[in-house]
Every structure is written in C-alpha cells, then in structure tokens.
Design a protein around this ligand. Structure first.
Ligand code: C5P
Length: 232
C-alpha cells in the first residue's frame, strides 16, 4: 500500500479552499473533503478539485439502512473520488450494500473505509451511553474485522491503533489515521496524537493532517515536512 499524506480541507467555502490550493504550485496533494465543505458547496466542489488533478477522500461517514446507503454510494461513485467512508456500526449488511452501490458497472470503485469508534468517544461514554461493555480497543478491532469480512479496504483509526488493526486484519488492510502533530507543534483539541514519523513507524498507510498544514504560516513547507517524515 503506497503511503501518502492527506490534507484535511476543513474550509467552509469554495473560495477559501481554492485560495489554499493555489499555494501548491508544484505538488498535487491528496485531499480530504468533509461534511462542512461538502454540505456548503455540494458535489460541484468535488468535481472542481478533481479536475485540478487532486486525489480525493470524501469523508461523509454514511450510516443508514443498507438500501439507502447503497443508493447514496452509487451516487458518490459517479463523483470519481478515490476514497470514501461509512460507520462500521451500521453492521456488515450495510457495509456489503455500500460496497455494491459503490462499484461501477466496469467493476472499478473508490477505496471504502470504515470508521470504527470515533476518537471522540471515550470508554466511559461508550459503556454508559451505548451500553457496549467491552474495552474500546477490542471494539475497534472487532469493527475492523467486521469491515474486512464485508469486503471493505480498511478503517479510519488512531495511529496508535494502526499496528493492532494490521495484526488482526492483515498488512494489506488500509489504516487511515488522523490525530497527527509535529513534535514541536500545537496539539489543539486532539488528545491522542503522534508525529508523522511515529505514525510511519507504527504502520499507518495514510495520515490525515489538517491544521498543522492548513493553519501553518507556510502550508506548502508544512506539507513537505509531513511528506518527508511520513513517506521519506
Ligand atoms: O486539524 P486536524 O489535523 O486535527 O484535522 C484532523 C481531521 O481528521 C479533521 O478533518 C477531523 O474531522 C478528522 N478526524 C479526526 N478524528 C477522527 C476522524 C476524523 O480528527 N477520529
């Protein structure tokens, strides 16, 4: 699996996004488009960024009944993105339906990745509110195994969980990991963070980096630093 740095384009408008992308005159970074930008601008922002030559991870985290997710995924596959995702909590039936919907008539499809437990969910909340009594690390691994059994390509997880996921689901099963900060950087609201170099060592396949690049004085330089540390 080719390692890459994905920049989280957490902007609220097309203008802000394109202004940011104009800084990249030499590289074409892999970009993540999340709910904020997608809901603000709609599918046209995906088409516009794709036309500029970027790979796109469309981070919409679908979670609904299998038939609805299947149809929604069929629409997303028409946008020609490279990666999209859903919640493993929707169960295997939903994940299998999603895969079916995502697969184009010619058999090609974007990578499909599952969110296991959000990193904002603590053990305490999961136990008290969701009534899941297993340790959260086990829940993450079980959801990853469910995603693999459904035929998905990988999971979004904390970099700290990446090696466990690879042990349980195999080296080829992709780990996409946010929560990355430079050793000398601000951690902001993230709690369990690692550096790009450490994420590489633990075995992440893709790191998702937002503010350390988007809020940097020189975003291109910060991106290059991430690539140098993570891809080498
Ligand atoms: O700015 P920062 O590097 O913290 O951005 C991380 C990105 O990864 C954000 O778009 C955030 O929504 C996303 N993400 C995350 N933790 C997860 C799943 C997604 O930080 N568990």
């Amino acid at each position: 699996m080719g390692k890459d740095v994905i920049i989280a384009c957490d902007f609220s408008s097309k203008e802000a996004t394109l202004k940011f992308l104009e800084k990249f005159t030499e590289e074409k970074p892999f970009l993540k488009i999340g709910m904020e930008l997608f809901y603000a601008e709609g599918p046209s922002i995906v088409k516009e960024i794709k036309a500029r030559g970027h790979k796109i991870f469309l981070d919409l985290k679908l979670h609904d009944i299998p038939n609805t997710v299947k149809k929604a995924m069929a629409v997303l596959s028409g946008l020609d993105v490279d990666m999209c995702n859903l919640h493993a909590a929707g169960t295997r039936a939903m994940m299998e339906a999603a895969l079916e919907g995502l697969t184009r008539p010619d058999g090609t499809r974007p990578l499909l990745i599952a969110v296991t437990q959000l990193t904002s969910t603590s053990q305490e909340r999961m136990t008290d509110e969701l009534l899941i009594n297993e340790p959260i690390e086990e829940v993450v691994l079980k959801y990853a195994a469910n995603a693999k059994a459904a035929g998905l390509d990988g999971v979004v997880c904390s970099p700290l969980e990446a090696s466990g996921v690879h042990e349980r689901c195999g080296k080829e099963f992709v780990t996409v990991t946010p929560g990355v900060r430079f050793a000398d950087g601000d951690i902001g609201d993230q709690v369990r963070v690692t550096t790009p170099a450490k994420a590489k060592e633990i075995g992440s396949d893709y790191i998702v980096v937002g503010r350390p690049i988007t809020a940097a004085e020189d975003p291109v330089d910060a991106y290059r630093r991430c690539v140098a540390e993570f891809v080498g």
